[in-house]
Design a binder for this molecule. Structure first.
Ligand SMILES: *Cc1c(COP(=O)(O)O)cnc(C)c1O
Length: 499
């Protein structure tokens, strides 16, 4: 069994085995004609259940053969130009090489003595990102597993900063306020189009879902800052504390970017922490032509970026950045066996002092390789392409009487629904909703394309998330025809049943 350990005696086996795996994937990518085979849960479950995990196959070739049936054949392929589903990007090759290197060397970035150069590379990339954002000289941050973790981490810092400041203010005024008394009084303001991880974070931080005030959005699905101003005043009037305002730079559904400068002004006026969730919009940081869409982000106290969304990086690759590195101390704990206080005094850079994870992947290497091979403009121009494609897609949808499209996109999503041409009232609203759901499902089952769905003002919509520069307007047109055909067929059949 020792022959399976990766070490100085197994370099050849390592090279052969990994190459074999790479060959299979390369062959798969070269021959994949659809984003998905359309397989169902009921079809695939017995295949996986049929594997006897107590009877190993002994070598990687056999396991790879088997993998064809249990995974590779039916996987959802994000690189396919007709994968228009969620916020998943095709990945760039330099990052995939980084991924292979980081898992083979297997550095863990919690302490300096487990990572050395990895620590410094991660720190350089955090510095690089913070500078692109414009957070100033005191900035810092850390890589995380994803946008949800980054948002949670940022709100944890915001909560503890709010507690520190409000409790001190009370003490200075001669009264004592405990953390337990304060927590139920904290409020987080975010738009109703923001990501659900804000609500989940509030719950996990002991504040409850009720702590989140959902601010309405305007027609472009951006936070309505006049309502935010009123809500912040009401918060103060009720003796509550505005812990944070969470702005979204690229909402998951609409790609809409909240008015960052105005939100920064209001947050500062009310002494609230400003967090910008740029999980999706962070690609604009490297855009050669659209960086201005993020103007105002430099005022943030913290920022979430998901390189695995708009930097074409493999999952996971994300970071949370803060304006003031001191605030990271709220997630610091010194353990004698790992990162004793003495080490911090000796200025040994232990990244675990900043992270809510302990053992942590060297995800930063993927971005490092990407920047060293392609450069920032290279990545940004890919993102620019998909933003341009979405603009062209909007023109197509807007001109097509079969569809209704919600907003002109700022980034790369299109939210739309099929509406049949009628002389009279048209189908019942519930039937029309079902037609959208049916079209999405039927499309997925056919494997021809993958699209997403969402609700807008209580009505069912479909969504294209465009993150693949290989996707063309011809793909968009073809998928729209498929959607319309499935929806039409559904409505035709339902009307026949009802008559
Ligand atoms: C995707 C997304 C997140 C969550 O990021 P994960 O990496 O999936 O955890 C948070 N906020 C926004 C706006 C997102 O689009």
């Amino acid at each position: 069994m020792r022959s399976h350990l990766l070490n100085e005696t197994t370099a050849d086996l390592y090279r052969r085995t990994v190459t074999e795996g790479v060959d299979r994937v390369a062959a798969k990518l070269a021959t994949t004609r659809r984003p998905h085979t359309g397989i169902s849960v009921d079809e695939l479950t017995p295949v996986i259940d049929g594997i006897d995990l107590d009877r190993p196959l002994g070598d990687a070739s056999a396991a790879l053969d088997e993998l064809e049936d249990v995974y590779l054949r039916d996987a959802v392929y994000f690189h396919h130009p007709r994968y228009l589903g969620h916020l998943n990007c095709p990945v760039v090759i330099p990052a995939v090489v980084g991924e292979a290197v980081l898992s083979a060397v297997n550095s863990s970035l919690d302490t300096w003595d487990q990572s050395i150069g990895g620590t410094l590379i991660e720190r350089r990339l955090i510095e690089w990102t913070a500078r692109r954002i414009g957070l100033g000289e005191g900035a810092d941050g850390v890589f995380t597993s994803g946008g949800s973790q980054s948002n949670f981490h940022a709100l944890l810092l915001a909560r503890d900063e709010a507690c520190r400041i409000v409790m001190k203010r009370a003490l200075d005024a001669g009264t004592e306020l405990t953390k337990a008394e304060l927590l139920p009084k904290l409020r987080i303001f975010t738009s109703e189009a923001s990501h659900f991880s804000v609500q989940k974070s509030a719950a996990m931080l002991g504040l409850g879902y009720e702590a989140v005030i959902a601010v309405p959005v305007d027609r472009a699905r951006r936070m309505d800052t006049s309502v935010l101003a009123l809500e912040l005043e009401e918060c103060a009037a009720e003796g509550l504390f505005p812990m944070a305002v969470v702005a979204t730079a690229g909402t998951t559904d609409f790609g809409s970017i909240d008015p960052l400068p105005e939100i920064a002004r209001l947050a500062s006026e009310h002494s609230a922490w400003m967090h910008v969730d740029a999980a999706y919009g962070c690609g604009l940081l490297v855009s050669p032509t659209r960086r201005h869409l993020l103007d105002g982000i430099e005022h943030a106290d913290s920022v979430t970026v998901d390189y695995h969304k708009s930097f074409f990086q493999p999952v996971s690759s994300s970071a949370v950045l803060v304006r003031d590195r001191d605030t990271l101390k709220h997630a610091t704990y010194h353990a004698d066996y790992l990162n004793p206080r003495r080490m911090a005094e000796e200025r040994i850079p232990n990244q675990v002092d900043k992270s809510i994870q302990t053992t942590r992947r060297f995800d930063a290497l993927k971005l490092w390789m990407t920047l060293r091979v392609m450069g920032a403009d290279g990545v940004g121009s890919l993102f620019d392409e998909v933003v341009g494609l979405a603009a062209a897609g909007w023109e197509i949808l807007d001109a097509d009487p079969r569809f209704e499209v919600v907003v002109k996109p700022q980034l790369s999503t299109l939210v739309f629904r099929y509406v049949p041409a009628t002389d009279g009232d048209g189908p019942r609203p519930d039937l029309l909703d079902e037609a959208q759901l049916h079209a999405r499902k039927a499309l997925f089952a056919s494997g021809e394309a993958v699209v997403a769905g969402t609700k807008v003002d209580g009505k069912q919509y479909l969504k294209f998330t465009l993150l693949n520069p290989q996707t063309t307007t011809a793909d968009i047109t073809a998928v729209l025809d498929l959607v319309a055909a499935h929806a039409e067929q559904f409505l035709g059949e339902s009307l026949a049943v009802h008559h």
